[in-house]
Design a protein around this ligand. Structure first.
Ligand code: IMP
Ligand code: MG
Length: 174
């Protein structure tokens, strides 16, 4: 029996494009005259980051960190492993974290706390999607793309067991 889950489109590419334009306008306005460091959380944020920075007319820098909380399957393990990959010093910098999805909030909480200890000038959070129904720790999202239902989300960089990241739309698995 083949029970491969099927992705169903939740937000299509036109809607994603319009939302990214809105986010970029908000971010650009707030960071005018600054040169922020955008820190993307791998792997899920790679597509979002690539599209977002193209819309940002600012002298920004891009960093990626690896920080996964999922072992596989569709339930968060709740454990946040150690961070890898932050190459440049962020002391005194304006840092904008770029995340694919805030679910329990544990991953983002861990990263925001980690970054704040490095004494940046500011730290803000930009999330493509928010799944507020499963939050375990409060997380303030400064720039939010979409609120999603308590379903498993894939596509536009977001995976299920490493699959479906290449889908151009934000989908739910069913
Ligand atoms: P959190 O620590 O529970 O907030 O989960 C954060 C990470 O879990 C996200 O960056 C995603 O990589 C992953 N994640 C959470 N929900 C989903 C989902 O619905 N689909 C795929 N990945 C998810
Ligand atoms: Mg992630």
């Amino acid at each position: 029996m083949n029970s491969q889950p099927e992705p169903r489109i939740l937000f299509g590419r036109e809607e994603i494009e319009a939302t990214l334009k809105r986010l970029a306008a908000e971010i650009r306005q707030d960071y005018l005259g600054k040169s922020p460091v955008l820190v993307g959380i791998l792997k899920g944020s790679f597509m979002f980051m690539a599209d977002l920075v193209r819309l940002l007319d600012l002298p920004l820098e891009v960093e990626f960190v690896r920080l996964s909380s999922y072992g596989g399957g569709t339930e968060s393990s709740g454990k946040v492993r150690e961070l890898q990959g932050l190459a440049s010093p962020i002391k005194g910098r304006d840092v904008l974290v770029v995340e694919d999805i805030v679910d329990t909030g544990l991953t983002t909480r861990f990263l925001l706390d980690y970054l704040r200890r490095k004494k940046p000038a500011s730290v803000k959070l930009c999330a493509l999607t928010n799944k507020p129904s499963r939050r375990q720790t409060p997380v303030a999202i400064d720039y939010l793309g979409f609120t999603v239902p308590d379903k498993f989300i894939v596509g536009y960089g977001i995976d299920w067991n490493e699959k479906f990241r290449n889908l151009p739309d934000i989908c739910v698995l069913e």
